[in-house]
Design a protein around this ligand. Structure first.
Ligand SMILES: *Cc1c(COP(=O)(O)O)cnc(C)c1O
Length: 345
């Protein structure tokens, strides 16, 4: 976890802590669920796993299956980022691109799981083991907060040592539910004293869970046509809307809420992280901060300590920088004159 005091000030929050889940072995938090899922598949003596993915679970399954000596079959929508496709192919998975959405891939994966007897690693709530892996994020947040509190002269954390709110980018929501379950376990064991509120962040173009939250509904409805640059959370939940309902319940249980973010807001958050904190995350990985920026605009964060999950590395998607890189002769003069021209703001 990294403290980001300048961004905290911008948000009007007492403290902002960034949980850097893009530092996992394959560059996204998906290594949390998948490492557990593959470990259990090995334990059960299985040799083939299948996963539907928007790209990050694909790369993770491919890598962990390679290490375990298993065959990995990976189904992704055709618009999956070239970087994630190439990462998956490097690990020698059988990668099939389909003309369909994530939900379509999910349905095919489920069918093949039942007919061909593969182990399903799709990171929804299908595999009972994968969600468990996400608890680790809660454990690490708890430990980092306790340590920060012990070493800080004047603490900005609440008296119970836990953050007030945790902002999580949400597709179907197993990451959010896993973090919430991790806190539930720590509460039961007497290791902590309160639930941080879980804040579900969804894209405006794919907001089934946020829509249900805003309408005060108890059940989530599927979104047949997801549209967002944050493809890791572009999950319309078609055919498994009850997964969204499960996530919505976790949001309510923890006293949390849902926020939506525009693609422009996501790109702004991605740029801010890179420019002010030196952290390069993919658009989906920046959605949590975009959500916190929206909550801040509504005045919701004043005096609070918040954690934002940064869920995926910037090298994984849409690597298109803002600035240009001029090409000049290799002389100091040419470089100095180019510097003058590119000086920004
Ligand atoms: C999958 C993914 C999410 C969404 O997580 P869920 O557990 O499916 O809700 C968020 N960020 C990134 C980078 C992802 O790959």
């Amino acid at each position: 976890m990294i403290a980001a005091p300048r961004l905290a000030e911008r948000l009007g929050a007492a403290q902002l802590l960034l949980k850097c889940e893009f530092g996992n072995p394959t560059g996204s938090f998906k290594d949390r669920p998948i490492s557990i899922g593959i470990t259990k598949a090995v334990e059960f003596g299985r040799d083939t796993v299948i996963v539907a993915s928007s790209g990050n679970a694909a790369a993770s399954v491919a890598a962990y299956a390679a290490r375990a000596g298993m065959r990995a079959i990976v189904l992704v929508p055709e618009n999956t980022s070239a970087e994630k496709v190439s990462q998956t192919l490097f690990h020698n998975a059988a990668l099939i691109r389909t003309r369909g959405t994530f939900s379509d891939c999910y349905a095919v994966g489920l069918e093949l799981t039942q007919s061909a007897g593969f182990v399903n690693m799709s990171t929804t709530f299908l595999n009972p083991y994968t969600v468990e892996g996400n608890k680790e994020i809660a454990f690490e947040i708890h430990v980092a907060c306790a340590q920060a509190d012990a070493s800080a002269g004047e603490s900005t954390l609440p008296a119970n040592h836990e953050p007030h709110e945790i902002f999580v980018p949400v597709g179907a929501g197993p990451m959010l539910v896993g973090i919430s379950n991790g806190y539930r376990d720590m509460l039961r064991l007497g290791l902590c004293r309160s639930y941080p509120a879980m804040v579900a962040v969804q894209a405006k173009g794919c907001r089934p869970i946020a829509a249900a939250w805003e309408n005060g509904a108890t059940e989530v409805q599927a979104e047949p046509n997801p549209q967002t640059i944050a493809k890791g959370i572009g999950d319309g939940l078609c055919g498994y809307a009850e997964d969204g309902t499960h996530t919505l319940r976790a949001v309510r249980t923890t006293g949390g809420y849902a926020v939506t973010v525009s693609d422009a807001g996501i790109l702004e958050a991605q740029r801010l992280l890179a420019e002010t904190e030196g952290l390069f995350v993919e658009p989906t990985g920046a959605a949590g901060l975009a959500g916190a920026m929206n909550a801040a605009a509504d005045g919701c964060l004043s005096g609070k300590t918040i954690v934002v999950i940064l869920s995926g590395h910037g090298l994984k998607d849409r690597v298109e920088p803002d600035g240009d890189s001029p090409l000049v002769d290799a002389t100091s003069r040419a470089v100095l004159s180019a510097l003058k021209e590119t000086a920004r703001d």
